[in-house]
Design a protein around this ligand. Structure first.
Ligand SMILES: CC(C)(COP(=O)(O)OP(=O)(O)OC[C@H]1O[C@@H](n2cnc3c(N)ncnc32)[C@H](O)[C@@H]1OP(=O)(O)O)[C@@H](O)C(=O)NCCC(=O)NCCS
Length: 282
């Protein structure tokens, strides 16, 4: 007879930091960022940052975030390999579904690598279905040669930015990806991007959304661009170089071939494998 593990799910506390970083280092050795987002996650008043203990020791963590459009974003789900398959992931999904019910959240989303069958299967078990498949591109940021200055300026008026971006969002399949957070375009997202100073336009109408949801010191993310791709991407490269970030990223639905052509034609490399976003409407 198998004994049911004694799982305790509780809110993360500041003193859990090192243990959770350890959990992440074993669960996703190629993707480690908890140390940089720890304070942001811990101080998130609208979301939830939880850990799971088995017999008093932390073996898993998971973050529930409310995005600007009011949907829930499930992220940083990590279970150490030695404790996978005993129900820790399922317990977190049950917690998140309960949170959504309490908060009146109508949509939940998550993403994973196209090859991560367990993560996908776990989401499907709770009713999530495939929303979109994405390609990713990136480039290392290097000092760029000084070309004649571009005149991109941040748009600070929310209404103006929303009127500009919402029609463009359709060309990008309705999605905006930043730090591997897959947002659906919405007026609320436009407002958030504008308030964070991430929406730029130049004097001839070229547009680019560029910024970071977190870790702005390491990576910059292009949410969309429209018009002269070379000019837009040149501005992005300059911005990345000026900020001293390591990499510049742009992810988009796999059928956005024009964006892909523009990116790969301007020095971006394809990520090794696609990503999938899954969602549930409650
Ligand atoms: C993905 C992950 C979070 C799952 O957590 P877990 O605690 O091992 O999962 P649980 O034991 O709670 O649940 C397992 C469920 O996953 C699903 N699953 C497991 N193996 C599967 C497979 N080969 N194919 C499809 N679904 C599968 C099933 O629904 C299973 O539940 P069931 O056996 O009752 O049907 C964990 O494996 C992990 O941390 N992996 C590395 C990091 C990661 O991939 N994070 C997520 C996205 S980046």
């Amino acid at each position: 007879m198998t004994v049911k593990p004694n799982i305790l799910l509780r809110k993360a506390r500041d003193e859990d930091r090192d243990k959770v970083i350890w959990v992440e280092s074993l669960s996703t050795p190629n993707l480690s960022y908890v140390q940089y987002v720890w304070d942001m996650f811990l101080n998130d008043k609208t979301g939830d940052w939880s850990v799971e203990e088995v017999d008093g020791e932390i073996f898993a963590c998971g973050k529930y975030s409310i995005l600007p459009d009011g949907s829930a974003w499930l992220e940083t789900l990590r279970v150490i390999p030695a404790r996978q398959g005993i129900g820790l992931g399922k317990r977190l999904y049950e917690h998140w579904l309960k949170l959504s019910k309490e908060k009146g959240v109508k949509t939940m989303r998550m993403y994973t690598g196209v090859k991560n069958v367990v993560s996908k299967g776990l989401a499907e078990r709770y009713g999530f279905t495939l929303a979109e498949t994405f390609h990713g591109t990136l480039m290392n940021s290097e000092p760029v040669e000084l070309k004649p200055e571009t005149d991109f300026k941040a748009i600070t008026d929310t209404k103006q930015a929303t009127e500009l971006l919402m029609p463009l969002s359709e060309k990008w399949g309705g999605w905006m990806v930043m730090n591997r957070t897959y947002h659906k375009w919405s007026p609320e997202l436009c407002k958030w991007l504008t308030e964070k100073g991430m929406v730029y336009r130049d004097s001839v109408g070229n547009v680019i959304v560029i910024g970071a949801r977190f870790m702005p010191e390491f990576q910059l993310h292009i949410g969309l661009f429209d018009g002269d791709a070379e000019k837009c991407l040149d501005f992005a490269k300059k911005k990345a170089a000026a900020r001293g970030v390591k990499t510049l990223h742009c992810l988009y639905p796999e059928y956005c071939v024009e964006a892909e052509k523009a990116l790969t034609g301007n020095g971006f490399k394809m990520e090794a494998a696609p990503f999938i976003a899954m969602e549930i409407n409650l």
